[in-house]
Design a protein around this ligand. Structure first.
Ligand SMILES: Cc1ncc(COP(=O)(O)O)c(C=O)c1O
Length: 365
């Protein structure tokens, strides 16, 4: 039998992928083997207590693995609504808050849609803009890396921005915006302003949720990956006006949250003291690390309102990152952000992890 040559080659298939996708890079975090001390992804250093894990594992045995969950995890939606004092209809729960960014990208951005981001900014948002071929305007920070709020107000006005994203406290700088500053941007903006509050638990400023009542264009994005310590389960949520949520739901894939994640989040939300204590420990931890870094000769630290902090040393950041990694300590080189050449980021660890990081850094320097 004659073997037919396929009429389409792999290269033909690759050429069909939109340039906006092919020009991107995969999101990869360097992980040279299992580290002793992992402080490179702004995670909580605290896993759930063993007794709670056992309780959850026991309850998972009753879950029907063969059945789909509901489209939205409704029990969790109600629990989150109670947690944030908003109606359940104003919440979309997703497979991590990152996943929800694609929903608002799809819903608000067409090719050429004006979008505004402050710089430096959590890298995913630039990617959402590029994947949708949006027309992105980036607003550089002030010299001390705080937000240039006047610049943001001007940019949303001048570009007629359809979508603006503010992360507060910001990753990677750790700086927060005040409610009045967010309100200025929202008032000036003809489009939507998404406020990413991934690190809100570590910051004492009030949440932008309260702006939604008077500003229909404001939405708040939250995650359970940081303060709640559930990064491995992938849970995040968006809060917006219920009528906006109804429309955004049309752009979503169903069943994004599995039964295990929902059940775990419910159990954790039921233990507010546990989370409060751990958030407090992370706040103390990052303050102690910041103070210790400040005392090191030739190390410069940018004070942070989140559970991580950025700093420079006299050496190239990639070299310091590699040398620490060789000794089992993972921190993140921030050199991918043009403003942050030479900066490294370290997240709050346990006391022992912080000590190991600080000692290893001192020896490395
Ligand atoms: C600003 C910001 N938003 C969102 C996330 C990720 O959230 P999730 O784990 O819910 O996808 C991060 C994680 O580093 C972040 O820094």
């Amino acid at each position: 039998m004659a073997v037919q040559t396929p009429s389409t080659s792999t290269d033909d298939v690759l050429s069909l992928i939109r340039p906006a996708v092919r020009n991107e890079s995969e999101y990869l975090v360097d992980a040279p083997g299992p580290p002793d001390v992992k402080l490179n992804q702004n995670e909580s250093p605290f896993d759930l207590p063993d007794d709670l894990k056992e309780e959850l594992l026991e309850s998972f045995s009753k879950v029907k693995f063969n059945r789909y969950p509901t489209e939205q995890p409704n029990r969790l939606r109600r629990a989150l609504a109670e947690h944030d004092d908003v109606p359940p209809e104003s919440i979309i729960v997703g497979n991590g808050s990152n996943e929800i960014t694609y929903t608002f990208g799809l819903a608000f951005l067409e090719a050429g849609s004006p979008m505004v981001l402050p710089r430096p900014m959590f890298s995913l948002y630039g990617k959402v803009a590029r994947l949708q071929d949006a027309d992105l305007t980036e607003v550089p920070p002030n010299e001390d890396f705080t937000f240039d709020v006047d610049g943001l107000v001007d940019a949303v006005r001048e570009t007629d921005a359809r979508l603006t994203i503010l992360a507060t406290p910001n990753n990677p700088t750790g700086h927060a915006l005040t409610l009045a500053e967010i309100e200025r941007v929202a008032d000036a903006s003809p489009g939507v302003v998404v406020v990413d509050e991934a690190y809100v638990e570590f910051n004492d400023a009030p949440s932008a949720i309260q702006l939604i009542d008077d500003h229909p264009n404001v939405m708040v994005l939250r995650t359970l990956s940081k303060g709640f310590g559930l990064a491995g389960l992938r849970l995040g949520y968006l809060i917006a006006r219920p009528s906006v949520v109804t429309e955004l739901m049309k752009a979503r894939l169903p069943f994004m949250v599995d039964r295990f994640a929902e059940q775990t989040a419910l159990a954790v939300l039921d233990r507010p003291r546990l989370i409060e204590e751990r958030v407090h420990q992370m706040q103390v931890s990052i303050t102690e690390v910041t103070e210790a870094l400040k005392k090191m000769e030739a190390v410069d630290v940018v004070p942070s309102d989140a559970n991580f902090v950025i700093f420079t040393t006299p050496h190239p950041a990639d070299e310091v990152q590699d040398r620490l990694a060789d000794r089992g300590v993972l921190v993140r080189n921030m050199g991918g952000y043009p403003e942050l050449e030479g900066y490294l980021r370290v997240s709050a660890g346990t006391r022992a992890e912080n000590k190991a990081f600080l000692t290893t850094l001192e020896e490395t320097l």
